[in-house]
Design a protein around this ligand. Sequence first.
Ligand SMILES: C[S@@+](CC[C@H](N)C(=O)[O-])C[C@H]1O[C@@H](n2cnc3c(N)ncnc32)[C@H](O)[C@@H]1O
Length: 247
Amino acid sequence: MYQFMAKFIKQDQWSFMNYGYAHINNHDQRPILETSDEVNRLSFQLYHHLASEIELENKILLEIGSGRGGGASMIKKYLNPSSMVGLDYSSNAVKLCNKNHGREGLRFVEGDAENLPFTHESFDAVINVESSHCYESMSRFLKEVKKVLKPGGHFLFTDFRYSHEMDELEKQLSDSEMQITKKSDITPNVLQALDEDHDRRMTEISKSVPKPFINQFREFAGVKDSVVYKQFANRELIYFSYILQKV
Ligand SMILES: C[S@@+](CC[C@H](N)C(=O)[O-])C[C@H]1O[C@@H](n2cnc3c(N)ncnc32)[C@H](O)[C@@H]1O
């Protein structure tokens, strides 16, 4: 699906592939964005929810599962890490990202989350947004994250799982020998984001997606009638975030 999307949907305005994050409490700090980035506010806020937990300025950052590159690009722009690498399994997505977002201090490489092509202790932080549910082995992935993090480095992690899988995930994270410093259930924030973004998603899909694939894409995008939307609403699916530290 991700290879297909990168090959056939080249538009720069579709630079995220996540369900988004809406602020529910009025006292929450919303990121200040340039007007041209407002269209991606909800998707970027999912990144910002994690990235605002630690100082990223002048740090060396890796994103695993960087998709269409919008998250890495906006983190580089607004949070100022000294350098950032986005890694993704999809060769088409990596090509598209380097063309649309590559610049000094930001590059994209092809690779596997479970076998990272980087030397030990080379990053201050690793970010991973809505990608880990695709991986074969979560334990192998966590071992790789720990390997490439410098001592004291942070792992910023968000994704979804079925509610009956959450205990197993918690055990995998506890066994990773990284320390969990914060965890949150953000299902209500994601659901609110899907509500707020419904009309835009429907419009983009009907504009950009070839007719035979429209229903499949509506499911994938989590619009209001989709199975995934209903599963978030009845909490069969849980969207979570964790901050871990390599101690
Ligand atoms: C739902 S998209 C999220 C993309 C991006 N993080 C965002 O929020 O827009 C999931 C991404 O994970 C990537 N992915 C899946 N399995 C992977 C693996 N084993 N190694 C690296 N990337 C992988 C997919 O190619 C896809 O780009």
